[in-house]
Design a protein around this ligand. Structure first.
Ligand SMILES: [Cu+2]
Length: 336
């Protein structure tokens, strides 16, 4: 553990390039947690150095020498001063750490929600994330878009989190601490990155076979980009297949097979909620919660046999023929 810390501290350049670097906080909750951990780390490091130093000093200074005639050193019994100090000083340190931890918990959990805050409901599923924006009328999956938050006029995102099945946990190290998603319970957290960019994470509560491929992607968009994204997500991508007979055929096949009982495509009779909402699937960069790039080839392979890309995923292979696979893929790629 100690060696690990020294190794980490000695190669900050390798860390800086990591998109999940815990030493590079990019939002208020992550920053408070980071400074608290630095405080705890420095206090414990100081204690370690003092205790270790005294120990080494005593070992060397009072070691047995050939000139020693007595086998035992002078025996000293009891010292009120020393006993008092090794009781009082640790108590003061513990109280100090307790108070600073309480302050950070208070700051992150009881923070007042500003008027400009965005509400998002996050629901964990085996093995993907559902995101609903109740005030904006948007439902999406796996790629969370939020606006950047200017500290002078904060627009943080407040997440209300629960689970559709087992316990999951949401952790974007650069944005905030971990928050568990528990069935039949609502937990909340908030994030406010001032810098636009893609922040990565991963489900951090073992939730089944594909837990490791339940990745987290948070896109912090500038306010203008976020407004544009919102407008697009609110549209029903209905007309995109006009003049595209293969996609039209794919839509018909999609609505004729079991796809529609597990997936929603707004504006159609597909209203399933077991799998991710596909209304704007083509606007996402990845599929299946992060591990697979969203290309037509990957999409086709996924629909043909999800098991080959994410073994244990809860989407069954539908045993479609090549024609149907081509048509459905053509349809899904029009869902911008
Ligand atoms: Cu999970």
């Amino acid at each position: 553990m100690v060696l690990g810390c020294f190794a980490l501290l000695s190669c900050p350049s390798a860390l800086a390039s990591s998109p999940t670097n815990i030493f590079d906080p990019a939002a208020t909750p992550a920053r408070s947690i980071f400074s608290l951990s630095m405080l705890v780390l420095s206090v414990t490091l100081a204690i370690f150095l003092i205790v270790g130093g005294l120990l080494v000093y005593a070992l060397i200074r009072f070691r047995q020498r050939p000139s020693d005639t007595e086998h035992e050193p002078a025996q000293i019994y009891g010292s009120n001063q020393i006993e008092l100090s090794w009781t009082v000083i640790p108590i003061l340190i513990v109280v100090m750490l307790f108070l600073s931890t309480t302050r950070v918990i208070w700051e992150t959990e009881a923070a007042n929600k500003p008027v400009g805050a965005l509400d998002v409901i996050a629901i964990g599923h085996q093995f993907w994330w559902e995101y609903r924006y109740p005030k904006l009328g948007i439902v999406t999956a796996n790629e969370l878009h939020i606006p950047t938050s200017d500290p002078r006029d904060p627009t943080p995102t407040y997440l209300e989190m629960s689970s559709a099945d087992v316990a999951h946990s949401f952790w974007i190290p650069r944005l905030a601490g971990k928050t568990d998603l528990i069935p039949n319970r609502t937990n909340t957290m908030w994030i406010d990155p001032p810098e636009a960019g893609l922040y990565l994470g991963q489900c951090v509560q073992y939730c089944g076979t594909q837990h490791a491929k339940m990745l987290l992607r948070v896109y912090a968009d500038s306010p203008a980009e976020f407004a544009a994204w919102t407008r697009k997500q609110q549209q029903i991508p209905d007309d995109n297949i006009v003049g595209n007979p293969l996609a039209q055929e794919g839509k018909a096949t999609f609505l004729r097979t079991a796809c529609m009982s597990c997936h929603t495509v707004a504006g159609t009779s597909a209203t399933g909620r077991f799998g991710p909402d596909l209304t704007h699937l083509a606007s996402r960069e990845t599929i299946a919660s992060g591990p697979i790039e969203n290309t037509p080839g990957n999409l086709r392979r996924w629909i043909e046999d999800p098991e080959s890309m994410k073994p244990g995923s809860l989407m069954p292979a539908m045993h479609l023929n090549d024609r149907d696979l081509d048509a459905i893929t053509a349809y899904l790629t029009t869902l911008h």
